[in-house]
Design a protein around this ligand. Structure first.
Ligand SMILES: [Zn+2]
Length: 66
């Protein structure tokens, strides 16, 4: 009764995958810009940690150099 493995996903071609990668990279860039924008406009609420502090709201990290 063993069923042969059949993928539910339609097979991707290399060019489809490359298109998808390109799309995702553009998406990542946009998201990183969004984070930068949030961090620039954030009224930081820093949590003190050992050697650095991290904003609770935007996750910006300030590293202390001794
Ligand atoms: Zn912040």
């Amino acid at each position: 009764m063993a069923q042969p493995f059949i993928s539910n996903h339609s097979p991707h071609t290399v060019s489809e995958l490359k298109e998808e990668i390109k799309r995702l990279k553009e998406n990542i860039q946009m998201l990183e810009l969004e984070i930068q924008h949030i961090q620039k406009n954030c009224k930081h609420v820093f949590l003190e940690e050992q050697g650095f502090r991290k904003c609770m709201k935007c996750h910006k990290i300030d590293v202390y150099y001794y």
